[in-house]
Design a protein around this ligand. Sequence first.
Ligand SMILES: Nc1ncnc2c1ncn2[C@@H]1O[C@H](COP(=O)(O)OP(=O)(O)OP(=O)(O)O)[C@@H](O)[C@H]1O
Ligand SMILES: [Mg+2]
Length: 490
Amino acid sequence: MVSLIELVRSHTDLDEDDVVWLQLLQADWQIIADLSFADLVLWLPDREGKGFWAAGQMRPTTGPTAYVDDVLGTYLPRGRKPLLDLAYAEGRLVREGDPEWRDDVPVRVESIPVRRDGRVIAVVARNTNLLGVRTPSRLELSYLQTAADLTQMIAQGYFPAPGQRSDHADSPRVGDGFLRVDAEGRVVYASPNALSVFRRLGLSGDLAGLPLAETTRSLVPPRRRPDEETLSAVLGGRAHRDTEIGTDGVSLIVRAVPLRPQGTHIGALVLVRDVTDLRRRDRELVTKDATIREIHHRVKNNLQTVAALLRLQARRMDSESAKAALEEAVRRVGSIAIVHETLSQAVEETVDFDEIADRLGMMVTEVSAVGGRVRVRREGSYGVLRSETATALAMVLTEVLQNAVEHGYDPDSESPGAIRVHVERTPGQLSVAVEDDGQGLPDGFDLDASTSLGLSIVRTLVESELGGRLSLGPASPGPGTRALVEVPVE
Ligand SMILES: Nc1ncnc2c1ncn2[C@@H]1O[C@H](COP(=O)(O)OP(=O)(O)OP(=O)(O)O)[C@@H](O)[C@H]1O
Ligand SMILES: [Mg+2]
C-alpha cells in the first residue's frame, strides 16, 4: 500500500508542512466520516495540474460504505469529476444535487477543499451511500450538523487544529458517546451512549441544557479530575484536547473539538468513552506482575531460611560425612535461591541467565577446598530463559561445576585450574559444555551405571524436566572432563 508521503514526493508539489497538516487531518477524520455516515477520500493535486491522486480513504463505522474497493493510490484525471476540479479551483465546498449511481447504489458526492495558510492543498471527497440514509432522527441531525461545521472548518483552514494530534489508541469515537455543546458550554444534544456514560458517573436527570463542565465537576471527585483549567477547557468545549476523569468506579476519556465554521466559536463536539474496563485491566496487569515478583522474593527468603537451618544442623554434626552432606544441601538450596532472587527483580517471567550462571560459578569455587586456585570462565551467552528452565538449569550447572571443582582437582596441590563453560544458543537449542582441566573421570566410569546423588539429580533434571540430553566424558584435548548438557529452548 502506498503511503501519503510517497504519493506526495513522487507526484505533487506539496511541502513538509502541508504533509504534516494532511497527517493531522487524517489522524482525526474518522470523526468526520462517522458523523457524516460517509466515506472520505483525500485527493492530492498532481504536479502537472492534470489530475488528482487518492492519498487516503476512511470508511464510516456508523453506516454503509460507498466504496467496496480501495481507491488509495488511484489517479483521477481532471474533467472526470468536475466537483473535485471545482472545489480545488475555487476553494469552496461543492455539492451535487443528484446522486451518482455506482453499481445500483446511489451515492451523494461532495467535495471539500483542504485549506492551509490560505492555500488549497488538497480536496476531500465525501461520498454518502444513500441506501443507508433513513428519515433522520435527532441523533442523525446532530451528527450531520456537526459534520457540516467540521467540513466548513476544513475548507476555511480551521481544522485540523495544529499541534493537537490525538492518536491514542483509546481515543473516543463518535459511537462511544457524542455530545454537542453551545458557545457557553451548555449541552445542546447528548447521544444515548453519552447519556449512559454520564449516568454511570452518577448523573440522575437529563443532560440537555446543563453546563457540561460544572455538571461534570459536581459528579467527579477532585482527585479524579485534571486541573481546573483543563477540565473547563475540555468539558466546556474551548480546547481541542482530551483528558481523563472518573469516579472510584468509572473512568472516562473526554475529547473536545471546538467548532468555529466561520471563524467564531459556536460550541464544540465532545466525545466521551467509558474506559473503566480498560483501566481495570491495566491495573490488574500491574498488580499481577508485582504479586509474582513478591512471590519469588518470598520463596528466596524461605530458601535462605532453610539453608540457614541446614547450616546450623551441619555444625552440630559429629560425623564429618554427615556434615559434608548437609553442607551440600545448603549449597543446592542456595543455587535455587539465586534464581528466585533474580526472578524477583525481573518484570517478566523470563530471566537473563548469564548473570545467574556467573554467580553460581563464583559460589561453587568460593566454598570449595580448592578456593581461588580454580577459576570458572564463561564463553558465549545463555540469553533469556523462561523461569522454569532457569531454575532447573541452575541446579544442573551447580552440580556439574561442583563435580569439576571437587573431583577434578587435588585439594592438596597448589597448581591452578581452569573450568571453561562454553555456551551455544541457536534457535530452539541451548548447549552448555563444562570442561575442566583436572585429573579426569575415574577409570571405568559409566554415567548410566552411576547411582550417586549428584549426577542422578542432573540426569533427572536434564532428561525429564528440560527434555534434553546429558553426556559425560574426557575433555578433548585432555586432560580433564567434559560434561555436555543439551536442552531444547524456545
Ligand atoms: N569433572 C569431574 N572430574 C572427575 N570426576 C568426576 C567429574 N564429575 C563427576 N566425576 C565422577 O563422577 C562421580 C559421580 O558424581 P556425582 O556428582 O554423581 O557424585 P558425587 O559428586 O560423588 O557426590 P554428590 O552426590 O555429593 O554430588 C564422582 O564421584 C566422580 O568420581
Ligand atoms: Mg557431585
